[in-house]
Design a protein around this ligand. Structure first.
Ligand SMILES: [Zn+2]
Length: 647
């Protein structure tokens, strides 16, 4: 495989890419650096409240549940040298690691000696369980010690290792301590001794995740071997290794589920298991950023567009099917049976954020925002104690969050995302500051070697007015890039009270280049009217239906807010919709309008009945999707008909 090996720290190059005989021009590379969440202080009432609930409810509950479910006990048994008695699925360790990662992020923002001690105890157990050669996985240590690395397709050893590494890097960044990082590097060294170019062996994970984790470990330690191992796993994928591993005849092998069907650079669309696919693409983006491989970059662009243009729900999630926890065909986006696993929404946001850093195009942050404010946020109850694994866009009233799951990947995944949310908000270039999410608070970064602070005041996502004030020791020349969300029309900006007419607008960002001085004030206005959203006609599930969105928030109707049955509601195109601040859940904005109630959805009616059913007017109230299923159980819909379905 031919590879370009340059890594310009800041480049603006157009790539000409030859793909299947076609020449494609990809966007220029911006190579932005994310501003770490530790440099972002969130002081709004929206996310800071969620972070506090995450800290005081979700994270402690996660550890309680990991104790009750046997995950922590499994690690203790491994540490004690036990040969039986542990329980839980083969990937059980990963749930502990994600909870450790969430708790570490929380510690970074909110020092808590008790929590710090609790984490150190678990880390000590991990260190004790780790084998002399560095291997660490409670299932194989206790139950199948002779079967290590024999079933990469199904055994999740590399997946678990990836989550351990991510957690260890998070803990190192949060506490500065190296006890967890030492376990991670010892494990990574072991994996590096097993897998790689000859004389080491071929292999890659059935469930990707370790690729992006190894890149994080490389960045945290400076040890290049970890990057090279990530690159090995990415670049060798697609060689039908799982067919070899399981003695599957070539003619009978379908590697689609694991994206092991074709060489990675030949992937032409998103497919297979949604979480695996998006984690893999995240790792591939990390590798492409470093190697600059045009074929890999072109694949990522192609597959990302296919994912978000033909396979993404309005709520930012992916993977419609329960059958494979993944993809089916383009535009297959059913609502009632939408699988849209919480982890898949998070994985797509992670991947999109990485793409945004590569290209500095607001379309990527649009997807991050859509996922974080809708699909991801809905996954956790308002009290932080119950969780969705599956996130449908319609419910008959029987789908509810649960306290925990036997496969508990989703709750700690949401917890770690909420805890480190500030990390999605900002990025820097060589002489630029990029604002991707509008969250009230402060941010600190270095631009061109100069420290810069930014103070942000806003009531986003309820209001689109954002006041940004650079706080500078001395005047600084840089370009402030303000993302204009894809949903927004008519954004305006003022600097020091003076309207900027026709500001520079590049790839979805208003660009304000000037010599910034302390005391400068930027006022961005993002008009936030109630919008009706239609789906592409190819989405048969949404034909004749519209959804309501305001700002980044997708709305839904829940039975407890309506006088008529949800199934009977019709929202005509001309019905006026008004926003009202409510007392619900700390003051969410609800949307009300007069719609119609049709009589043809009454389940008590005869199997066949007269088709002409009179409609009557009824008030319709919509609430943000992320708060659904927090009150009385009942039917819910995101997409509503604009006319009765009866002919
Ligand atoms: Zn999950």
């Amino acid at each position: 495989m031919k590879m370009k090996t340059f890594l310009p720290s800041v480049v603006t190059l157009f790539f000409l890419v030859k793909v299947d005989g076609r020449t494609e021009v990809t966007a220029p590379l911006e190579m932005l650096q994310p501003v770490p969440f530790t440099a972002v202080k969130i002081t709004d009432s929206f996310w800071s409240a969620r972070q506090e609930t995450n800290r005081i409810a979700t994270i402690p509950i996660s550890f309680d549940n990991l104790e009750k479910s046997g995950n922590l006990e499994a690690l203790r048994l491994a540490a004690q040298g036990a040969t039986n008695g542990s329980r839980g699925p083969v990937y059980r360790d990963s749930d502990v690691y994600k909870a450790l990662e969430a708790a570490s992020y929380s510690l970074a923002l909110h020092p808590d000696p008790m929590l710090d001690r609790q984490l150190d105890e678990i880390i000590a157990t991990l260190a004790a369980a780790q084998q002399p050669d560095g291997y660490l996985n409670s299932y194989f240590i206790v139950q199948e010690p002779t079967k290590r690395w024999t079933n990469l397709r199904d055994s999740h050893e590399l997946y678990c290792a990836g989550h351990l590494i991510e957690a260890a890097v998070a803990n190192f960044q949060a506490t500065g301590k190296t006890n967890f990082l030492a376990v991670a590097t010892k494990l990574a060294d072991h994996i590096d001794s097993v897998f790689g170019p000859e004389p080491k062996r071929l292999g890659y994970p059935g469930h990707p995740e370790i690729e992006l984790a190894l890149v994080k470990l490389w960045r945290a330690t400076g040890e290049r071997r970890y990057f090279e191992l990530a690159r090995f796993f990415i670049e060798h994928r697609g060689q039908h290794y799982f067919a070899t591993e399981h003695h599957t005849p070539p003619e009978k092998y379908d590697g689609t589920y694991w994206l092991d069907d074709v060489p990675i650079c030949d992937q032409d669309k998103i497919k297979g298991h949604a979480v695996r696919a998006a984690y893999l693409m995240s790792g591939a983006t990390d590798v492409a950023r470093e190697t600059g491989d045009p074929a890999l970059l072109a694949m990522l662009d192609r597959v990302w567009r296919n994912t978000t243009e033909k396979n993404m729900y309005l709520t930012g999630g992916i993977g419609p099917s329960k059958h494979n926890e993944g993809f089916t065909t383009d535009y297959d986006l059913p609502n009632l049976t939408a699988y849209q696993e919480t982890c898949a929404t998070i994985a797509l946001a992670q991947w999109s954020a990485r793409m945004g850093l590569l290209y500095g195009d607001a379309k990527y942050a649009d997807v991050v925002e859509r996922g974080l404010y809708n699909g991801m946020l809905a996954a956790v109850s308002q009290d932080g104690k119950k969780f969705f694994y599956v996130n449908p866009l319609e419910s008959a009233g029987n789908h509810h969050r649960q306290g925990w799951f036997s496969t508990a990947c989703c709750p700690p995944n949401a917890a770690r995302t909420i805890a480190a949310l500030g990390g999605y908000a900002y990025a820097t270039g060589s002489n630029s500051l990029w604002v991707n999410l509008y969250v009230q608070g402060q941010m600190e970064a270095q631009i061109g070697g100069q420290p810069i602070r930014l103070d942000v005041k806003t009531d986003y996502p309820w209001d689109g007015k954002v006041i940004l004030k650079p706080l500078l020791k001395s005047a600084a020349n840089f370009a402030l890039h303000l993302r204009v969300p894809g949903w927004c029309e008519g954004a305006t900006v003022r600097v020091n009270g003076k309207a900027i007419f026709a500001p520079e607008f590049t790839r979805g960002y208003i660009v304000l280049s000037r010599l910034w001085k302390n005391g400068d004030v930027v006022e961005l206005n993002l008009p936030m009217p109630v919008q009706r959203v239609a789906a592409n006609l190819n989405v048969t599930a949404d034909r004749g239906l519209l959804a309501i969105q305001r700002g980044p928030l997708v709305y839904c109707v829940e039975q407890c807010d309506q006088t008529a049955p949800v199934a009977s509601l019709v929202l005509p195109l001309d019905a006026e919709l008004k926003v009202e601040k409510s007392g619900l859940f700390g003051g969410v904005a609800v949307i009300r309008g007069i719609g119609e109630q049709t009589g043809n959805s009454d389940s008590s009616q005869a199997l066949y009945h007269h088709a002409v059913v009179p409609s009557k007017r009824t008030e319709i109230t919509a609430v943000p999707y992320f708060v659904w299923d927090n009150r009385q159980a009942g039917p819910m819909k995101v997409w509503l008909p604009v006319a009765p379905t009866t002919p």
